[in-house]
Ligand binder design. Structure first.
Ligand SMILES: Cc1cc2nc3c(=O)[nH]c(=O)nc-3n(C[C@H](O)[C@H](O)[C@H](O)COP(=O)(O)OP(=O)(O)OC[C@H]3O[C@@H](n4cnc5c(N)ncnc54)[C@H](O)[C@@H]3O)c2cc1C
Length: 336
């Protein structure tokens, strides 16, 4: 094995891992972890402390999704809040302290029918006895250039994470979407916003009946039916001041003033490479049983690639811990 994946220079240089290129040592891994978000790095910490010397592959986003946010206020242990990048850098440092080997590399292909399990990492082969999948999930975006430019400047994809920020307090807010997630986001945001506009492309919600009733009965939520966001305003001011809307039935355009845009049009788990080899639900989330086990012995999954309900840093970390313990027990049983 001679995988061209990168061993970066140190934990404080997390994102610089992109630029370096080192070799992975040529022997079969006991446990390989795909992903360095909260789930992957917690699994790395636990497997490292169990002397399993884990290989941890970063993918294209070292540190995972949390590195894209500024302040994390709901991760226990940080009463003042902590910068997302800083939190992930600390998690990596903690795992490395016990021997985790974090390498830059993207898994392109897996062969889970063989023993040992085989991965193709940037064109090179890695063999491993156990595998922990912690590849996360991405938020679906509206696909607007203005949305991209104003991300973290009023455009966000997580009300639980960002709703309480001062910039949104007592201000009009917009939630885009019509499913259960959008309804949950809207209800949550009523605690902070002066009013919450729920912009939906249809004339009724897709959400479950009970959730739809709650939303429609809430005096702080105002649905905006048959409408899509065509632009987030105002890129020139470098902050969100409103949205431009188009009514899909009448084609009429309008502008709605707001301080925040919460996009809640669904998530897409990063699980395409496991298609056909592991069980997934209709949306591509991995299905686990008896803890974090997948249907393939020795393959475990944790975090947002499995969890479409909670999707929080702390729940991902908890599942990463569970996957590490499951993998450790699997390897111990193999050795007996
Ligand atoms: C803007 C924003 C703000 C947030 N704020 C908060 C907050 O304040 N509090 C909170 O609790 N939660 C917050 N969240 C949610 C939190 O970030 C996620 O729940 C958490 O990151 C999930 O962790 P994870 O390890 O499952 O996945 P991720 O963090 O998504 O990590 C996935 C990892 O897998 C890697 N990967 C993917 N595919 C491959 C591959 N093929 N090969 C190798 N590696 C791969 C990626 O590069 C990445 O390292 C926020 C999310 C966003 C987007």
């Amino acid at each position: 094995m001679d995988a061209r994946v990168c061993e970066h220079a140190g934990p404080t240089l997390l994102l610089k891992a992109h630029r370096a290129a080192y070799k992975v040592r040529a022997f079969m891994e006991q446990v390989t972890i795909i992903g360095t978000g909260c789930a992957g790095l917690t699994a790395a910490l636990y497997t490292a402390r169990a002397n399993l010397n884990p290989l941890v592959l970063t993918g294209t986003m070292p540190g995972g999704l949390l590195t894209t946010t500024s302040v994390v206020e709901n991760f226990p242990g940080f009463p003042e809040g902590i910068d997302g990048y800083e939190l992930m850098t600390r998690m990596q440092k903690q795992a490395e302290r016990f021997g985790a080997r974090v390498r830059f590399g993207t898994v392109e292909k897996v062969e889970l029918g063989s023993k040992p399990l085989r991965l193709t990492v940037d064109g090179e082969q890695v063999e491993t006895q156990a595998l922990i999948i912690a590849t996360g999930a991405g938020h679906r975006h509206l696909g607007l250039p203005s949305e991209e430019k104003l991300e973290k400047k009023g455009v966000t994809y997580c009300a639980t994470c960002d709703g309480a920020l001062p910039m949104f307090r007592n201000k009009p807010l917009v939630v885009v979407g019509g499913g259960d997630s959008a309804c949950e986001e809207a209800l949550y945001l009523t605690r902070f916003g002066s009013i919450v506009y729920l912009v939906h492309r249809r004339d009724q919600l897709r959400a479950s009946k009970i959730m739809a009733e709650r939303v429609l009965g809430n005096p702080k939520i105002k649905p905006v039916w048959d409408s899509v966001v065509t632009e987030v305003l105002d890129v020139a001011k470098d902050t969100v001041t409103g949205v431009r809307l188009k009514n899909v039935k009448t084609q009429a355009e309008s502008v709605l003033d707001c301080a925040g845009v919460f996009v809640a049009i669904g998530h897409a788990p990063n699980t395409a490479i496991f298609q056909g080899q592991l069980d997934m639900d209709d949306n591509g989330y991995l299905i686990t049983r008896q803890g974090t086990a997948t249907r393939v012995p020795g393959v475990f999954a944790a975090g947002d690639c499995v969890d479409h309900v909670y999707r929080q840093a702390i729940t991902a970390a908890g599942q990463g811990c569970a996957a590490a313990i499951d993998a450790e027990r699997y390897l111990a049983a193999l050795a007996r």
